[in-house]
Design a protein. Structure first.
Length: 251
């Protein structure tokens, strides 16, 4: 029984961590939206801000459910409260990712590169959340907390969706880059056009093709990550954090 009490405390801690993460993301997204140039990226980030606000509310419900019946040991000065500050916990992981992103966003750079930096930062945040929600959900399942598990699962799917959209944008950006490079090459019709991209062959086709294979590699890297992680690390609760949920809707 002691083990289950401890796991419940750990889940409570993860929920506080995610609550802090969502709050920091709500505060950080407007700046990212403002800095983004690409209309699609702006729209996706705006949309995720709305989704994130709902996720924050959903976590409140989860927190209430965890307090129902039993006060987590953590609040009575347990180990996790001592380590992380209990109810006042601030997620340092998210703080670090956001701070790094903000540092880059302060730099002067080409708008397209800025968009790439914003996508990269946003994906780091999503991956942190995917890990946190996946883990918390697995703990809730182990504890037999059906309603809590379902709520966490719902958010987990939304985070996967956000990550997929960002991946698509990163890939489209590379495709566009290839297209521009291709047009340049065709327009000039000389050897230099090919050399610009480090290719020995002349013409747009080669450049575009090279970029496409790069895109495929990126897609593979991203899509393979969750499955590979799960497979490599076995079936412990924590590794379920990297496991993609099979269906979009929670039961
Ligand atoms: Fe979130
Ligand atoms: Zn609490
Ligand atoms: Fe998110």
């Amino acid at each position: 029984m002691e083990k289950m009490n401890d796991l419940r405390d750990l889940l409570h801690h993860e929920v506080l961590d995610l609550t802090s993460a969502e709050e920091q993301i709500i505060a950080a997204l407007p700046k990212m939206i403002e800095k983004a140039t690409n209309a699609g990226l702006k729209k996706a980030l705006k949309n995720h801000l709305t989704v994130t606000q709902a996720q924050r509310k959903r976590l409140e419900k989860v927190h209430q459910l965890l307090h129902k019946g039993k006060t987590p040991k953590e609040e009575k000065g347990g180990l996790l409260a001592k380590l992380f500050g209990g109810e006042n916990h601030k997620c340092k992981g998210t703080q670090g990712i956001i701070e790094e992103g903000e540092k880059i966003m302060k730099e002067e750079m080409n708008p397209e590169v800025m968009d790439a930096a914003i996508i990269a930062s946003a994906q780091k945040i999503e991956h942190y959340e995917i890990c946190g929600y996946g883990t918390a959900r697995a703990f809730a399942e182990e504890l037999g907390l059906r309603e809590v598990a379902d709520l966490l699962y719902q958010t987990l799917n939304e985070e996967y969706e956000a990550d997929d959209i960002l991946t698509e944008m990163a890939v489209n950006r590379l495709n566009k880059e290839a297209e521009i490079a291709g047009k340049k090459a065709t327009g000039k019709g000389n050897e230099n056009a090919g050399k610009e991209k480090g290719s020995k062959q002349v013409g747009g086709k080669t450049t575009a093709k090279a970029a496409t294979s790069k895109n495929t590699a990126l897609q593979n890297a991203v899509s393979k990550t969750p499955a590979a992680k799960t497979k490599a690390a076995g079936k412990t609760a924590t590794t379920n954090g990297g496991k993609r949920a099979p269906a979009k809707k929670s039961r």
